[in-house]
Structure formats: C-alpha cells, structure tokens
Write a protein of this length. Structure first.
Length: 296
C-alpha cells in the first residue's frame, strides 16, 4: 500500500475537489491517502540543505505527491515541486515544476540546492511559522514577504512576542523568517552573463536595518576589481541558480566572521537614472546588451 499526499488550499471541504477526491479514493481503499493543507507545510532552508515537512513528516517520504488544489498557493506549489525534484520523488502534475523564481521562497530553495551561502530561512503560516522560528532560530530575526521588493514588508524582529504580532498583522503577505546577519551594509552586484558589470555598496539610514536605497539607504559605487573574487563568483553562481543572465544580486558580509551571505537575486532590480546623469549600471547594461545583440 503506497502513501500518497494530496495538497489542498483553503477552500471549504464541500467546495474542494481535493477533499472530494480523497474521500472517494479512501472508499476504494487501494492506498493510504493524506490530505495536506499548504498552510500546514513548513519549509526549513539553509546552506545546501532543505527540509519540507507536514506535521513533522517529510513530504519526500510519500511515494507520490499530488499537487491538487493550489488557488492562492502558486509559489508554495512550485517550491514543493522543486523540493521533490531535488529528492527524485514523484509528483503530479509535472508541469508544476516549470516556473520562474519570482518569489523569495523558490529562490532560496534554488540557492540551497546549488550550495550557495544564505541565511537560515523558515517559511510557513501562523503558529507553524512562529513555533518553528522559536525552536530553530535565535532572536533577533528578520521577517519579510516572499514577493516584497524595495525593502517593503521587511521587519527586524527582536523577540517572539514581536514576531507573533507581525505574523498576525502581516501574515497575508506570506512571510519568510530568517536569522539576522550582523552587517555594515550590503553590496548590489549587477550580473551580466558570466561577469559582474557594476557594483555598489548600500548602507541603511540610522535606525533602520534595511540597506535599500528606496528606504533611505546610501549608495556608493565600488570598482569591480576591488571586490573579492569569491564575492564576484558567488554573485554569478546565484544568478545562474535562478537562470538569469541579467540580475541584481545582493550580498552581505557577516561582520562576525567576514563571510559573504547571499540575500537575493533580483530580475527586476532598480536602475535609477537621475535626469541628465547616466548611472554606471546603465553603461554596463548597454554594453552587455549590445554585445549580446551582435552575437546573435
């Protein structure tokens, strides 16, 4: 008898095809079926290691996962498919495994699978996320929306009480919770194909943990050849992990051990041109696009 998981969204049972299907299959009694709610699934992501569980059970322990209902859980569905692919585990339908890494959730899985150093990251809902953060991470932590950009929906959290409040008030944003990395700012590296074309350093404004320029952070261009080769290599590896030729990669140096930590690989990164001033990003992008065009 095989163990088969059916993933279900938030539809009431009387409207859920997953619920109705499992109920019917249980009457046939050929295999063991579990109805799994997306909001009960926990993602635990760290360097080169990912674990996706439901009520403490690894989803890869099922002989088959049927990603049945998904309304409102498209990113989670894609992330589960990616995880099962990494474990060579069967799931249906297989088209779920073809997607863009638009959400931070699937990005972090891709980074972990490619052995790229990232902050330990948890994703789940409500009490599942809160309990996991209290058990697996040390405060302070950072919570941020999986589709947030420009530093929005990004919270520095000092304790469990603050995290409970943020999850209650902002849980609809779908939050990841990460270990907070001590830092003196971060680097935005513009990856163009196989190389880094431009780099700038960002530092948060006083009293804010976000280094984003859009949130008031300072920006200073840095010569590419002044950056450690390991950091440049990390940026290119990050872009490749999410299959992007043009990418704004954010890397932070942990001030406790001076090790680089990858934060994000942005396909829709900002290139802000002041009227009358052409930014260094635009110069490097212009050259890359021109060379790419004449090669084809």
């Amino acid at each position: 008898m095989a163990r088969i998981a059916f993933l279900k969204g938030d539809k009431p049972d009387e409207l859920s095809e997953a619920f109705k299907t499992v109920a019917g299959l249980k009457e046939i009694n050929q295999d063991d079926y579990e109805l799994v709610l997306y909001r009960d699934v926990l993602f635990d992501i760290s360097n080169n290691e990912v674990l996706v569980t439901w009520n403490g059970v690894d989803l890869a322990d099922f002989e088959l996962v049927y990603l049945r209902d998904f309304q409102g859980y498209e990113f989670e569905r894609n992330a589960i498919a990616s995880y099962l692919d990494s474990k060579n585990k069967a799931y249906v339908n297989s088209d779920v495994g073809t997607f863009q890494h638009i959400s931070k959730l699937t990005q972090y899985l891709a980074f972990a699978f490619n052995n790229v150093t990232i902050p330990r990251t948890l994703f789940g809902f409500g009490e599942v996320l809160l309990n996991a953060a209290n058990e697996k991470l040390s405060y302070p932590v950072v919570a941020k929306g999986i589709t947030a950009n420009s530093g929005n929906d990004n919270f520095f959290v000092n304790n469990a009480e603050e995290l409970a409040t943020i999850i209650a008030e902002h849980g609809s944003k779908k939050l990841v919770v990460q270990e907070a990395i001590p830092n003196d700012g971060d680097y935005r590296l513009i990856v163009l194909g196989e190389t880094v074309g431009c780099v700038y350093h960002r530092v948060a404004k006083a009293g804010d943990h976000r280094n984003n320029v859009s949130q008031g952070g300072d920006k200073e261009y840095v010569a590419v050849d002044s950056i450690e080769p390991a950091i440049l290599e990390l940026a290119v590896r990050a872009a490749k992990a999410v299959h992007r030729e043009i990418c704004g990669v954010d890397i932070m140096l942990n001030t406790t051990n001076n090790q680089p930590v990858l934060l994000e690989a942005n396909f829709n990164f900002g290139i802000r041109a002041i009227p009358g001033v052409i930014s260094e990003e635009l110069y490097s992008l212009s050259e890359y696009l021109h060379n790419k065009a004449i090669e084809s």
